[in-house]
Design a protein around this ligand. Structure first.
Ligand code: PLP
Length: 714
């Protein structure tokens, strides 16, 4: 299986195209040039837009059930909640337009609009995607994928008879009367029952298989699109169409189009999906605005009569407003700095970014592979308990820690699920393993013996050393490994190994990693052939996932990537996913003072002011996790969105920065050590590089003394 994210870029980009196609359906750009051309473009070609959105949803959301992902249920719930929220906001946005246009008469009409047809003409998309996703989810749970597919095809065919093929229905009075009853409930068959399921299931099916080649996808698309054009024109001339959303050739067309987009490689962005969704939601309002503006200024000829200009104006305005919304969101996020400010120094944890990273990582992994996040070292300085709880909310059910005391602290705060201790536990702490239902790693045969001597059953994972030469029984010692399996008191949950150069893409490092992977699976095969039962397997940490996502494992022990950063900024990884940093570090300015030329600043007189300067003293020091190696200009902080170099040595509790070039800095202002301030950002990776270390060390040492504040809870 290839890494899924290699294909994400194409999906993101075509989502934008799809949004503009939908705008064209509602504006008829070619109408003033030629009616048939416009019909062919907006009522046939552009009809790939909405199905594409559905397929993306099916691909990411429903693919998981196909392969029995444990997290698919939570994903479904979260998707439903999120879609309802977006629909709710969109309803509010169109409330004035609705009130102005016409009130739906009666309560039942209102219900019909809310749940089926959409509270504004294009908003039908949201109730339909929810219904469709639930229908397909239910079918996939109960039936095989092929049965589900057949049912969805049948539903689609029924839908066709109320859409482009209504001419047939009209020929049979009984059939027509049945459809008429249906149309009293739903204005169109292009809805969550007849239309959405097929595209959702097509997306789900594609998530489990490699796409066909670029060439065959393009050829398949070209042929089916030609067929659809012919089909559409014929149906239109025959006067069969009651509506023109559904064609026989459309699903075939989508099947190839989607695969063509899966083969597009490139970097992914967080903004494109947001922008395309916003354009979809906003454009009808922009049509109203453009028309209003044209009437006010007397520019009807240009902006309304000329359909192409009309279309372009609507697109431009929609994009502008969408960009504005995204920027406003960012601005509000930066304003949160004020809202979350604490006394002297603090860490801000953005839980939405954490969840975002979870879903990004999940898209890379095969769906049967679940996350087992590393929440050791207080979740890399992020706070183990709140992080574990936030992860639980998005379906994570297993965690790993370094030692028994970290695990016990999590249990005492109510964290459930599997807790794996990756390292050494002293025999005096063995009772904790049982009392708190922890899973212990078997370090080697001798340690297995110690564990077994405790005398009562203990849940364990057997660690195999495939080449790192740290903990684990050597992979070639099959006899020893089998002995471990035979201890009566050891309940073996699974087996794992750790890669030592999975972060490197150098050919000989890749070869070594492959050797480790081969040794691992070879050992597993041998053990199984000797009758050992091995329920679970895992290999990858963050870089393992980013560089070898295709491995077939039950878990991935992700740490650093989950927190939105890499170990070092210039690491190349095979799959670049759009991770978002979760942690920001900030401190107060406590004093602003002038220093005269020639005066030393700080311990050791290592820094002497080259000229008169202004410095700000910050209430944060190395005891708060700021590496002392950043002293004397090696590092900087951000103040009022501008960089300020660190002057003198960093102390245990304070440090000073040069603010001679930044006007208006005053005590109580907020300095950013990690995070964004205005248009600038210091990443943990940048700070780690300045300090000559890796992000993992920087974060793991952070935060024992500073307060943490969490926002964007679910
Ligand atoms: C810490 C740790 C991880 C997580 O590593 P990251 O590089 O932060 O993803 C995974 N496995 C083991 C054994 C670890 O010790």
């Amino acid at each position: 299986m290839k890494a899924k994210n290699m294909r994400l870029a194409g999906l993101d980009r075509f989502r934008m195209v799809a949004a503009f196609l939908v705008v064209s359906i509602h504006t008829s750009p070619f109408l003033s040039i030629n009616g048939t051309l416009d019909f062919a473009f907006t009522r046939i070609i552009a009809r790939v837009g909405v199905p594409f959105f559905y397929m993306v949803t099916g691909y990411f959301l429903l693919g998981g059930i196909l392969s029995g992902s444990k997290e698919s249920c939570t994903a479904l719930r979260n998707f439903t909640i999120k879609t309802c929220k977006i629909y709710g906001l969109a309803i509010l946005f169109y409330l004035p337009a609705n009130l102005y246009a016409k009130q739906p008469e009666g309560f039942s009409k209102l219900l019909k609009m809310l749940f089926v047809d959409g509270m504004f003409y294009h908003l039908w998309y949201f109730p339909a995607v929810i219904l469709g996703v639930w229908v397909v989810w239910f079918l996939l749970k109960k039936l095989s994928p092929s049965c589900t597919f057949i049912i969805c095809v049948a539903l689609y065919l029924l839908g066709l008879l109320g859409d482009s093929y209504y001419g047939i229905t009209e020929a049979f009075p009984l059939l027509k009367s049945i459809y008429d009853v249906f149309f009293a409930v739903s204005a169109y068959t292009r809805n969550g029952l007849f239309y959405a399921p097929l595209f959702l299931v097509l997306g789900a099916l594609l998530s489990g298989r490699s796409p066909c080649t670029r060439k065959s996808a393009a050829l398949g698309f070209a042929l089916s699109m030609t067929a659809m054009l012919i089909e559409g024109i014929l149906l239109h001339t025959a006067g069969w169409q009651r509506h023109d959303s559904m064609y026989l050739s459309l699903p075939v067309c989508m099947w190839f189009l989607f695969q063509r987009m899966l083969t597009v490689k490139g970097n992914v962005s967080n903004r494109l999906p947001k922008l395309s969704l916003l354009i979809y939601i906003l454009h009808p309002m922009m049509i109203i605005w453009v028309r209003g503006f044209a009437k006010l200024t007397g520019l009807q000829n240009l902006l309304i009569e000329n359909s192409l200009f009309h279309y372009l104006a609507v697109c431009l305005l929609s994009v502008t407003l969408a960009v504005f919304v995204v920027m406003t969101q960012r601005f509000l996020k930066s304003k949160q700095t004020q809202r979350f400010a604490k006394g002297r120094a603090w860490i801000e944890i953005d839980l939405a970014s954490l969840r975002h990273n979870v879903s990004e990582l999940r898209t890379l992994l095969p769906t049967f592979c679940a996350l087992m996040p590393a929440v050791k070292a207080d979740a890399y300085g992020h706070g183990a308990v709140p992080i574990a709880k936030a992860l639980w909310q998005v379906g994570v059910r297993a965690f790993c820690v370094a030692c028994a005391h970290e695990a016990v602290a999590l249990r005492k705060s109510g964290v459930k699920g599997e807790l794996l201790i990756l390292g050494y536990t002293h025999p005096k702490d063995f009772p904790l393993l049982r009392r708190y239902h922890l899973t212990q790693t078997v370090l080697d045969l001798a340690y297995a013996e110690q564990l077994s001597q405790y005398g009562r059953p203990i849940k364990v994972y057997v660690k195999i050393d495939t080449g790192m030469r740290r903990i684990g029984e050597r992979s070639e010692n099959i006899e020893n490994l089998m002995k471990i399996f035979r201890y009566k008191n050891l309940i073996v949950t699974g087996v794992f190994t750790h890669l030592c150069v999975s972060d490197s893409l150098k050919p000989d490092d890749v070869a070594f990693t492959k050797l480790q992977i081969d040794r691992f699976y070879e050992t597993i095969k041998l053990l199984r052939s000797e009758g050992c039962t091995i329920p679970k397997l895992h290999i990858q940490s963050s870089y393992g996932v980013l560089n070898y996502p295709e491995l077939s494992c039950d878990y991935a022990r992700v740490g650093i990537a989950l927190y939105g950063v890499l170990s070092s900024a210039d690491d190349d990884v095979k799959c670049s996913i759009a991770l978002q940093p979760v942690l920001s570090l900030r401190a107060r300015v406590i004093l602003v003072k002038n220093v005269l030329q020639g005066e030393p600043v700080g311990y050791g007189r290592t820094f002497t002011a080259p000229s008169d300067m202004t410095i700000a003293v910050l209430s944060i020091g190395y005891a708060d996790g700021v590496p002392r190696a950043l002293s004397c200009g090696a590092g900087h902080v951000l103040l009022h969105g501008q960089p300020a170099l660190i002057v003198g040595r960093i102390c245990m509790d304070q440090m000073s920065v040069d603010i001679s070039h930044i006007a208006g800095v005053a005590p109580s202002d907020i300095a950013t050590l990690i995070g964004t301030s205005g248009q600038r950002e210091i990443t943990a990776m940048g700070m780690a590089a300045d300090a000559g270390t890796i992000t993992n060390e920087l974060l793991a040492r952070m935060g024992s003394r500073v307060e943490r504040t969490y926002y964007n809870h679910l």
